[in-house]
Design a protein. Structure first.
Length: 148
């Protein structure tokens, strides 16, 4: 597992939220490659190089932006599996969700999320949130070594 080609893994099933997030990242001049997974199963397949991604060298994303309400495998289960594996437990995971349910917040942190952000409804506020999120996790924050 390497950190070559550090990227963002964006796990989002809603096409509108996906496009808004990508637009906000571009506007914030985030140049890191972005891999998109549209459901929890696809995200896990990408992370662990299985299914459609079998044979791909396992690389750790710089950060995972994870929605909770996903088809096939929900976001909390994705979080649980990533944090349970020695190879990936150190990858920062930011829950980026429309859920305002306290139980999701509590469970997300209990499972090892590094941050929990409720998606703002206002577009300008959403753009600002993504800009700050990208700046912090991709510029300011020092990524953990691959041995964590």
């Amino acid at each position: 597992m390497t950190n070559e080609g550090l990227e963002v893994l964006l796990v989002e099933d809603d096409p509108d939220d996906l496009e808004l997030t990508l637009h906000a990242l571009r506007e914030a001049r985030i140049t890191n490659p972005i891999q998109i997974a549209r459901d929890g199963e696809e995200a896990l397949d990408y992370i662990f190089s299985r299914g459609a991604f079998a044979g791909r060298e396992i690389t750790r994303p710089r950060v995972i932006l994870l929605d909770l309400k996903l088809p096939k495998v929900d976001g909390l289960q994705v979080l649980r599996q990533i944090k349970a594996d020695q190879r990936t437990k150190g990858v920062p995971i930011v829950i980026l969700t429309s859920s305002s349910e306290e139980r999701d917040l509590i469970e997300g942190y209990r499972l090892g999320a590094n941050s929990y952000i409720q998606k703002p409804v206002d577009f300008a506020q959403f753009q600002q949130t993504i800009r700050e999120l990208g700046y912090y996790w991709l510029v300011v924050n020092q990524a953990p070594p691959t041995t964590i």
